[in-house]
Design a protein. Structure first.
Length: 274
């Protein structure tokens, strides 16, 4: 009898142990489900996505375009100096270049001296979801908002570090820029943005001397990515060409000149004036 009781107690302990393991397993599963639900809720909450008021002014009136590969292009395509930036939004050195050098390039774009092309890469840099940022920017460009979004992405990199390109922040930024969300969603679901960023990666691999981002070329020549070097390279190219052709200046001025809206009242005044 004693032996039977010992066996029964052992079996009871084993059953109790299994029950405790089952309870623990259920508790863990419930906790994981709660965590997943909270993460999903947080991921879908609007995130802060500030847009600088200066961005719209910075690019106002400058001709916008794209290369055959779909890379965003800023300025008159016939400008004598072609500056190309191979860059990634998740690259901290690219943010430094954007902050220190890009404003000067844009001024020279506005003057008709430079046409500036941005090649949107994503495989360099350490900030998470650089690929998502590049895709989102390409689709923003389909509504002529690439450059403003490009500025915002680099701003967010400085503000939010590894959370800069969370999907809900990208989406909130699109809304804050006034981009048509339905058209943007349609673009994001298409093959277009993926094709453009694959072309960007291939273009970088085909560039002799490419070692990482940012990489800058001025009329096809690799240039150290700092303000002094880029400025000197542009000046040297302009000197070789004897300055900006008059036709290019005229075309750039016409493209950037504000459009004067003719109202019926203004037309009547013009007609009756002596």
């Amino acid at each position: 009898m004693s032996r039977n009781r010992t066996v029964e107690r052992r079996r009871e302990r084993e059953r109790e142990k299994r029950r405790q393991q089952q309870i623990t397993g259920v508790v863990i599963l419930v906790a994981l489900a709660v965590i997943a639900a909270l993460a999903l809720i947080l991921a879908n909450q609007p995130a802060e996505a500030p847009i600088s008021a200066e961005s719209a002014e910075r690019y106002a009136g400058i001709p916008l375009g794209k290369t055959d590969e779909g890379f965003p292009r800023l300025g008159n395509p016939d400008a004598p100096v072609k500056v190309v930036e191979y860059s990634s939004f998740s690259c901290t050195a690219c943010k430094s270049f954007h902050d220190a050098v890009t404003p000067s390039i844009i001024e020279r774009v506005r003057a008709g001296e430079v046409v500036f092309t941005y090649v949107p890469m994503y495989t360099t840099g350490s900030v998470q979801n650089g690929q998502g940022a590049a895709l989102a920017a390409v689709c923003a460009g389909e509504q002529d908002k690439f450059w403003e979004f490009h500025d915002a992405l680099f701003d967010w990199q400085g503000l939010y570090a590894n959370q800069a390109f969370a999907n809900n922040r990208l989406e909130t930024g699109i809304d804050n820029l006034g981009i048509n969300r339905g058209q943007w969603d349609q673009c994001m679901g298409s093959e277009l943005p993926g094709r453009v960023i694959r072309e960007a990666e291939q273009s970088a691999r085909n560039l002799p001397g490419f070692e990482g981002t940012p990489t800058i070329t001025v009329n096809g020549i690799l240039v150290t990515p700092d303000l002094a070097s880029v400025t000197r390279a542009i000046d040297e190219e302009l000197a070789k060409l004897g300055g900006v052709p008059e036709a290019t200046v005229e075309a750039t001025t016409e493209a950037t000149a504000p459009t004067v809206e003719t109202t019926p009242e203004a037309t009547a005044e013009a007609t009756t004036a002596p």
